[in-house]
Design a protein around this ligand. Structure first.
Ligand SMILES: NC(=O)c1ccc[n+]([C@@H]2O[C@H](COP(=O)([O-])OP(=O)(O)OC[C@H]3O[C@@H](n4cnc5c(N)ncnc54)[C@H](O)[C@@H]3O)[C@@H](O)[C@H]2O)c1
Length: 437
């Protein structure tokens, strides 16, 4: 099948590469000429494990191409996926749908045969109705169906998630669209990935419900971690003790510095706006958003407390800056609020991340970015583990301690056993663990 993908970011590029790997003929379109130029030379605009090989393989096979020309992408396409960004709208937190509607308008003028337009971007309930209205207004004679097919991939494991999804959700309003979507996802369906067909509005809502639920799980365990610290419990054991219950499940129960990234913060906010407009408040999600916002800066205060009475003039090395491992995405990363809190208190911050340094530079201009964890720790008073990259899981703690002025280790991901940290001469601080002797 011939597929066009509009928007070649994390979702569009991974979806396009995977669809072409299934055997479909795919053109990825983006307005960003730098991005497309790089892709044409085999350079990935994002860090995502395995993506470069997947793209190279399918480009070589002639199944995957890139263009900035929408007309070239859309010509002859049977399915057009919209995978443009839906950031928070400045000022009010609603999803900014201008890119989605802009893409719909541009596509409408180019439709040249029966087409299914699929919204893969995360969009509030009712967006598909508006996309359909735009298409029918601009191209009244076109045979077009509008489908919602939200994406659930995780950055850092995007290809695996796309090829082995827990489920594929499709919101379609007519039989032809259902058939087309079945055909597009047939290779996964044969692998027994559940393909859930529902109404377009339900599919749109399902994506937000999933993200809000996951954000709630993270926030729940983070608050439990705070309580553990106050009453002398160990959140690791609490998480294990509840996570082994099949009704609860072990995932997303790791206490840490709060959720960030390109999805949870903006999607929880947008869902609250939908709920507000529908006069059907989601009070649990409201609390989750508030608690998570406060938590990021609270982690900065935790580091300041570990530094002692006079943090001003001290040096802190932050290890891991991206919002999670295996991505270079800095959007709403907890490290940003931590840096702010430390700098506000007169602390000098150094930083190291295996992949996100280029993205971090403009966001935290005063931070001294270093080439390794050890370089960042040189002469520092504290190291803070912010993101649990594999490369940061097996640091030589003795070497690290030997480089530092004061030996304080704040482990915001509970990666290292406290005894090991203390053996290397550090004062240890974790999240939700009992205080040490
Ligand atoms: N990043 C994730 O992990 C993830 C996961 C699931 C869902 N989503 C959702 O998918 C959508 C895309 O997210 P992303 O992270 O891939 O965004 P992104 O910002 O990485 O990429 C969006 C791309 O769309 C391009 N674009 C915008 N308007 C265009 C137009 N009219 N024509 C051509 N290109 C256009 C931009 O230049 C950009 O390259 C969002 O709604 C997001 O919420 C993201």
């Amino acid at each position: 099948m011939r597929i066009a993908i509009i928007g070649t970011g994390y979702v569009g590029l991974v979806s396009g590469a995977c669809f072409s790997d299934f055997g479909h003929d795919v053109i990825c379109v983006d307005k960003d000429a730098t991005k497309i130029g790089a892709l044409e030379q085999g350079i990935m605009p994002i860090f995502e494990p395995g993506l470069d090989q997947l793209v190279a393989r399918n480009v070589a096979a002639g199944r995957l191409a890139f263009t900035t020309e929408l007309a070239e992408g859309v010509r002859g396409a049977e399915a057009i996926f919209i995978a443009v960004g839906t950031p928070s709208r400045r000022g009010d937190g609603h999803a900014d749908l201008s890119y989605v509607y802009g893409a719909a308008r541009e596509i409408a003028g180019l439709l040249d045969g029966p087409t299914v337009v699929v919204t893969k971007s995360t969009v509030p309930v009712g967006t598909g109705d508006e996309v359909e209205r735009i298409l029918r207004e601009v191209a009244p004679g076109a045979t077009v169906s509008v489908v919602s097919n939200p994406e659930f991939l995780r950055e850092g494991a995007a290809i695996e998630d796309f090829k082995h999804p827990d489920r594929i959700v499709v919101g379609a309003e007519d039989a032809r669209a259902v058939e087309m979507m079945r055909e597009i996802y047939r290779p996964l369906y044969l692998n027994k990935a559940p393909l859930l067909f529902t109404s377009r509005r339900t599919a749109e809502l399902t994506k937000y419900a999933a993200n809000a639920f996951l954000a709630t799980k993270i926030t729940f365990i983070n608050e439990m971690a705070d309580l553990c610290e106050m009453v002398g419990g160990d959140v690791q054991d609490v998480a294990r003790g509840i996570g082994l219950d099949g009704r609860i499940g072990a995932k997303f129960l790791h206490a840490g510095p709060g959720y960030g990234g390109s999805c949870f913060p903006k999607d929880t906010l947008a869902l609250l706006k939908t709920a507000e407009d529908a006069q059907s408040p989601l009070r649990i999600v409201e609390a989750v958003v508030k608690v998570n916002d406060a938590r990021k800066r609270a982690m900065g205060r935790k580091v300041l407390k570990a530094l002692g009475d006079e943090p001003r003039g001290k040096v802190v090395a932050l290890l891991g800056l991206a919002f999670k491992p295996n991505t270079d995405d800095m959007r709403d990363a907890p490290s940003i609020a931590i840096v702010q809190a430390l700098e506000d208190a007169g602390v000098t911050v150094r930083g190291y991340d295996p992949e996100s340094m280029e993205q971090a530079r403009p966001i935290m201009p005063a931070v001294q970015l270093c080439r390794s964890a050890y370089e960042a720790a040189e002469g520092a008073d504290a190291v803070v583990l912010v993101t649990e990259w594999d490369a940061l899981r097996a640091l030589d703690l003795d070497r690290l301690a030997g480089l530092m002025r004061q030996k304080i280790l704040v482990d915001l991901r509970n990666i290292y056993p406290p005894e090991e940290v203390e053996e290397a001469g550090f004062a240890w601080h974790g999240v939700g663990r009992p205080p040490r002797g």
